[in-house]
Structures are given as structure tokens and as C-alpha cells.
Design a protein around this ligand. Structure first.
Ligand SMILES: [Zn+2]
Length: 238
């Protein structure tokens, strides 16, 4: 009996140690991602980091599951691809974009998805409440920030990065509030944030309230954007 008890205590401690180790990995990645934003990471360093991180994530994703079918959940609750800015998704342009340029990157490898918010109070004008930002597929939150300073120059504001076991990342920026932290497992269609106006440009009056949404694959171990318009078009509105 004593032995069994000792074994259970051992398992408990081992499990806690593992969870501790995992959260350290995510915190380190989050710190790394912040350094990227400041433009302080070399290509070789980033490749090394992503190689290690990818191996780690592959182990994690076995327990994450991959959601239901090929269709994504649309990232804004109650909205569809019709809210995507531009004409037929032409707001997306990845020419000249380099992930390692961080906060100073060029191009717009993203779709801006607009909510109806004339007075810019981040409340939907029809629903009279904030609009929920949803994870498009199941995955693991790998980086995010809740810190944002209206006087600062950071463009993403309160943002979230999710890794999906299918092998891609999604990025959600300008949120008013986020409800996840690095290391969290999220389900397809789960609320992760609320649409907001955080971020240097998104905060300006000229900018209508929107979610800035991107998708990335690893190419040569560096995140490279791909155009997710097809996926957004066939996504299911929650
Ligand atoms: Zn944008």
C-alpha cells in the first residue's frame, strides 16, 4: 500500500514536472517571438529555434486531435467570408514580406475581417456586444501578448499565434482582449479573443474595427505566409 502511494505521488510529481517543462518551452518561444518583433533574431537562430520547436510540437499534437473535417471555423463568430476586406480577397499580399523583419515588416500577408462598428467602441452595431474571435482549427497557443500600449508603435496589438497539428500556424491581431495563454490547447471554433482596435494602425480613427488574420507554413524552417482565402470562403460560421 505504501509503495503504491509512493508511486502515485511519484507520478503526480513527474506529471507536474512535465507540465512545468512544457510551459517553459512555450514561454521561451513567446520570448523568442517578441525578439523577432523587435527585429533582433538572425535567420540561423530562427531556423534552429523553429526546428526544435517543430519537433516539440509534433509530440504535443498527438494529444490535440485535428478537429472535424477539412473545413475551418470562420474566425469571427456570426460572420462569414463576406466580411473579408477587399474584393474576392485581394487585400492579401505577401510580396516582400519577411517574418524576421518583425514589427517593421512590409506587405500585408493577411485578410482584414471587418465587423460593423460605426462608433468604434468594439461593440457590434447589430448584436450590441463584442464579437468573438474563434480558433479556425484545433491547436496549441504558441505565442500571444496581452500587453499593448496605445502610445507605443507595436502593430499587432493584443495578438495570438496558434499551431495546428496539420502543420500550419494562424495569427489573430488587434484583439480588444485575449482569453488564452501560451501552451493552451484550443478546440476548433473555441473563443480565444474579442475583436478590438489594438495595434498602431488599428487604433487610429481612420481604421474600421477588424480582425487581422494570417496563416503560415514553415518553409526552410521559417514561417512563410500562405493565402487562406479559399479556407475562409468555405469556413463554417459559428
Ligand atoms: Zn491587416
Amino acid at each position: 500500500m505504501k509503495k503504491l502511494l509512493a508511486f502515485i505521488v511519484f507520478l503526480f510529481i513527474a506529471d507536474a514536472a512535465l507540465a512545468q517543462a512544457d510551459s517553459t518551452v512555450y514561454d521561451k518561444f513567446n520570448t523568442f517571438n517578441n525578439q523577432v518583433l523587435k527585429g533582433k533574431v538572425t535567420k540561423a537562430d530562427a531556423q534552429k529555434k523553429f526546428k526544435e520547436f517543430k519537433a516539440f510540437l509534433l509530440k504535443q499534437s498527438a494529444s490535440t486531435g485535428s478537429g472535424n473535417g477539412a473545413n475551418w471555423a470562420f474566425p469571427l463568430e456570426g460572420y462569414s467570408y463576406k466580411a473579408v476586406g477587399g474584393t474576392n480577397g485581394n487585400g492579401y499580399s505577401d510580396k516582400g514580406f519577411r517574418y524576421l523583419d518583425g514589427n517593421k515588416h512590409g506587405a500585408h500577408p493577411a485578410h482584414d475581417i471587418f465587423i460593423s462598428d460605426k462608433n468604434q467602441d468594439c461593440m457590434d452595431d447589430h448584436m450590441l456586444k463584442p464579437v468573438n474571435v474563434l480558433a479556425v482549427k484545433a491547436g496549441i497557443v504558441v505565442a500571444c501578448t496581452n500587453q499593448w500600449d496605445a502610445q507605443g508603435n507595436m502593430r499587432g496589438g493584443r495578438y495570438i499565434w496558434i499551431y495546428h497539428p496539420e502543420g500550419f500556424f494562424t495569427y489573430y491581431a488587434h484583439n480588444r482582449q485575449i482569453f488564452v495563454k501560451p501552451g493552451d490547447n484550443v478546440q476548433e471554433g473555441q473563443k480565444i479573443a474579442e475583436v478590438g482596435r489594438t495595434g498602431f494602425n488599428a487604433y487610429q480613427k481612420r481604421s474600421p474595427t477588424h480582425l487581422h488574420f494570417s496563416a503560415f507554413k514553415l518553409a526552410d524552417d521559417i514561417p512563410a505566409p500562405f493565402n487562406p482565402y479559399t479556407q475562409l470562403k468555405s469556413a463554417i460560421t459559428k
